[in-house]
Design a protein. Structure first.
Length: 107
């Protein structure tokens, strides 16, 4: 069964290949998802690495959590399920707060 790990405090220069190599020393890696900023295209400093087995994931957490990589101590732990966030719906909110006003045209 696959186990997904959260990897935080990454150097902004880290690549998916770097993570693949780092985690592969502890077991088979199924996937690496380096999170990128949509606006800048630059790494956001965290990633998710999926290990093939729970044992491999546990070994990676033991070996890599707190380990300094590119001068930064990594945070490695089992990923938690994504929290539900309220979705956008039509007619709600307004974005900036404050009262909603009706606009009328004067002719």
């Amino acid at each position: 069964m696959n186990t997904k790990l959260y990897v935080g405090n990454l150097s902004y220069d880290a690549t998916e290949n770097d993570l693949q190599d780092l985690f592969a020393a502890h077991g088979a890696v199924t996937s690496v998802d380096l999170i990128m900023d949509k606006a800048t295209g630059r790494s956001r400093g965290f990633a998710f690495v999926t290990m093939e087995t729970k044992e491999a994931a546990d070994a990676a957490v033991q070996a890599l959590n707190g380990k300094s990589v590119n001068g930064r101590p990594l945070t490695v732990n089992e990923a938690r399920p994504r929290e539900e966030r309220p979705g956008r719906s039509f007619g709600g909110g307004g974005g900036r707060g404050g009262p909603r006003r009706e606009f009328s045209r004067r002719y």
